[in-house]
Design a protein around this ligand. Structure first.
Ligand SMILES: Cc1ncc(COP(=O)(O)O)c(C=O)c1O
Length: 403
């Protein structure tokens, strides 16, 4: 059948796809790109926008990937991933997360957590189905859900409740079209690490309403103050309905490798594998082999001193900024962002961020990008080098002094 004129009409920006025209660009990536461009032009920009640490990827992972390349591991792998990588993921899930996941049926290699999210949403929703998300939440959730024909439904996180859902918050968001609850812990941007009680609440509602839970656990390795990450998949009744998304992009500074993994019940993994066959073929072969090395116990142990130093950087940023009368910010429980309340500045998050980069060459992400209820916040990545952290925080304080 011929396409109707409606189908071929170009939208305002000249793109034919309304789905694409209707979503915003990723503000975190866009601001990081702007900071990189300004740096190339000679500005001394401090980039607190993108979620990436100052350090390089672990040497042992790099060596394993180089060895794989030199050894001819340059061909596509099985769609679900190389057996060595899937085994390394399974071993790590058992060792660090207490989860028994069969490498043959419970795990798939993904091209980072974002791609794991696309596969898991595609496997869980049809057009018009609703997905409950948080506000604030990762900037790509709502646009990705919309691109896939789903409907994001916001259940706001109340700062007065420590950015945690109460039962009624979720119940109000549920309709007969709800299929998925998508949450993140440790949380980007608010830094919350969900307790067993928080997870019990989500699990109970998911079981009662027969929902899939997509747990974005990309920051699971970096929790502070002696806290640890609890995977919701381990709670009663949850293994069969949870898709967990993990990876090394954040905690191992491997963002450019585009590698991660998802774990779930075999029916989800089979669906995601079918999708992977059509969409990407597989995750990169040598990236999988390098990442398998990163997941081994000795490398995880070798990361600990760096992760402790990241905790100290988060502590420094939040303490210094919190001592300024214009800001209110708590030490994150996990992850590496400072979620700074700027309401006393009298500026919207967009204006604050735009003026900060223009006047002080410091890039941060406006809170409004993380949800409509979050416009009086900015997000700062705390794990840049100590020099950048000290200089950047002092520029932000000087900017605030001059307001
Ligand atoms: C909560 C969250 N999920 C997913 C991602 C994307 O992760 P990846 O780089 O592994 O695709 C990010 C960061 O970019 C994030 O903060």
């Amino acid at each position: 059948m011929a396409a109707s004129p409606e189908h071929v009409k170009r939208s305002r920006d000249g793109v034919r796809s309304r789905r694409v025209s209707d979503i915003p660009e990723s503000s975190t990536v866009a601001i990081a790109d702007l900071a990189a461009r300004m740096r190339r032009e000679g500005h001394k920009v401090i980039d607190f926008s993108a979620g990436r640490a100052a350090e390089h990827s672990p040497d042992l992972a790099c060596e394993a990937a180089i060895e794989a390349l030199r050894g001819g591991q340059t061909h596509q792998t099985e769609a679900r991933g190389r057996p060595e990588y899937l085994q390394a993921c399974s071993d790590k899930l058992q060792r660090c997360n207490g989860l028994a996941m069969d490498p043959e049926s419970n795990i798939i290699a993904t091209l980072g957590c974002k791609q794991g999210l696309v596969l898991s949403l595609l496997a869980s929703i049809d057009v018009g189905d609703e997905v409950i998300i948080e506000d604030p939440c990762f900037v790509s959730y709502a646009p990705t859900i919309r691109l896939l024909g789903g409907v994001p439904v916001i259940a706001p996180l109340n700062p007065e409740n420590g950015f945690r859902w109460k039962s009624d918050d979720l119940k109000h968001a549920i309709t007969d079209k709800t299929r998925v609850i998508l949450y993140c812990s440790p949380h980007n941007p608010a830094g919350v690490v969900h307790t067993r009680d928080d997870l019990d609440l989500i699990a109970k509602i998911a079981v009662n309403h027969d929902l899939t839970v997509i747990a974005d656990e990309i920051y699971e390795a970096v929790t502070w103050g002696g806290r640890s990450h609890i995977p919701i998949s381990g709670l009663p009744g949850m293994e069969s309905r949870t898709i967990g998304l993990m990876g090394m992009t954040k905690s191992y500074s491997m963002g450019g490798w585009r590698i991660g993994y998802a774990y779930a019940a075999p029916h989800y993994i089979a669906a995601m594998t079918k999708l992977q066959q059509h969409l990407m073929t597989c995750a990169g072969s040598f990236a999988q082999l390098g990442a398998a090395r990163a997941l081994a116990e000795d490398v995880t142990k070798a990361m600990q001193p760096l992760w402790s130093d990241w905790e100290a950087r988060c502590q420094y940023v939040t303490e210094v900024l919190n001592s300024h009368p214009l800001f209110s910010v708590a030490m994150p429980e996990g992850g590496f962002y400072a979620w700074v309340d700027i309401i006393n500045s009298g500026l919207s998050s967009q204006d604050f961020s735009a003026r900060l980069i223009k006047e002080k060459q410091v890039a941060v992400v406006p809170g409004g990008s993380f949800g409509p209820a979050s416009d009086n916040y900015i997000r700062i990545t705390c794990v840049r080098s100590w020099d950048e952290v000290r200089e950047g925080v002092s520029r932000i304080a000087a900017f605030a002094d001059a307001l």
